[in-house]
Design a binder for this molecule. Structure first.
Ligand code: GLV
Length: 322
């Protein structure tokens, strides 16, 4: 019988994932329900044939070097892989994979949850009710903004952006999108119109960000872009925090330059720009875009599938390359 390979898993995952892993390899797992420290990560990747890691693990040259030349793959349990230095991995002949598709619905759904909440002040209302504050119906009490029939701007026409846009159809929204290049399939699915970023920022009532974090998208939304948006605009981000200049966003929200925001990701995660915490017109969730049980199981199973392929010498199905 072929000797079972030696895999390290940086977070304890759900039973179906651990069972599947057991079938294909010998594994060791971080037993604590917390990310590994840098030292623990460096120590634990040593001599492994594969590593199943997550977005809080910084996989750079030092970690890849520590893993050693026998290592076949770092399988990231996320669709984003900005935590991994692809060039360094490639240099060492180590494969990197991600987990697309399985978290598309969950992440797009959370973007909608934030959009509804920010537009209709759901969390703000919840806080008010819980505080036991007296309230009564009044013509101007807690007015939000309409969603149905409004213009939705989608930045990034990948899987999650398309899914998010498709879901707007029940609300009869007009969809604008910008992307590195036009996407005929996105247009066919959503009836969206391809526009440049400036037009999207100027014309949209709701703007949702679905781009990967790269040097090009870092601070894609800053003071200049916020100034282009409507005063009634609502900005949603479920991609990566550094895509937005968070200080500039806090300023825009505080001064009424834009109406509201819904954020699941932060520039210096898990820290949040302190000014945002005092504002009622921002809804914030703690990076839970893919956080449903089924989705998390499917993420784990897909990462394991990539590891299995790599251990068999086959190109992993979700290989990412620079
Ligand atoms: C989560 O943030 C992911 O990239 O999957």
């Amino acid at each position: 019988m072929k000797e079972k390979r030696n895999v390290y898993v940086t977070r304890l995952l759900h039973p179906p994932v651990m069972e599947r892993l057991k079938e294909i390899c010998n594994y060791e797992v971080n037993p604590e329900d917390r990310p590994l420290s840098r030292e623990e990560l460096l120590r634990n990747v040593k001599g492994r044939d594969a590593v199943l890691c997550f977005l809080h693990d910084q996989i750079d040259a030092e970690v890849l070097e520590a893993a050693g030349p026998q290592c076949k793959i770092f399988a990231n349990g996320a669709v984003g892989y900005n935590n991994i230095d692809l060039a360094e991995a490639e240099k060492r002949g180590i494969w990197v994979s991600n987990t697309p598709d399985v978290l598309t619905d969950a992440t797009a759904d959370l973007a909608w949850a934030l959009l509804f909440d920010a537009a209709r002040r759901v969390s703000e209302g919840d806080r008010l009710v819980r505080k036991g504050e007296e309230f009564e119906w009044a013509p101007n009490f807690m007015l939000g903004v309409d969603i149905t029939g409004r213009t939705l701007g989608v930045l990034g026409a990948g899987r999650i952006g398309s899914n998010f846009a498709r879901k707007s159809q029940g609300f009869g929204m007009k969809v604008l999108y910008s992307n590195r290049r036009p996407s005929p399939s996105f247009e066919a699915e959503t009836g969206a119109r391809y526009v440049d970023r400036e037009t999207l920022l100027r014309e949209s009532d709701f703007i949702s960000i679905h781009v990967p974090l790269t040097p090009e998208t870092h601070h894609m939304i800053g003071p200049k872009e916020l100034a282009m948006m409507k005063e009634t605009a609502v900005l949603i981000n479920t991609s990566r925090g550094p895509v937005i200049n968070e200080k500039a966003l806090a300023h825009a929200l505080k001064t009424g330059q834009i109406r509201a925001a819904g954020l699941d990701v932060y520039e210096n995660e898990p820290e949040v720009e302190p000014e945002l915490l005092s504002l009622d017109n921002v809804v914030m969730t703690p990076h839970i875009g893919s956080a449903t049980l089924d989705t998390r199981i499917n993420i784990g199973l897909l990462a394991v599938r990539n590891i299995e392929a790599a251990l068999n010498g086959e190109t992993p199905p979700n290989l990412v390359v620079k």
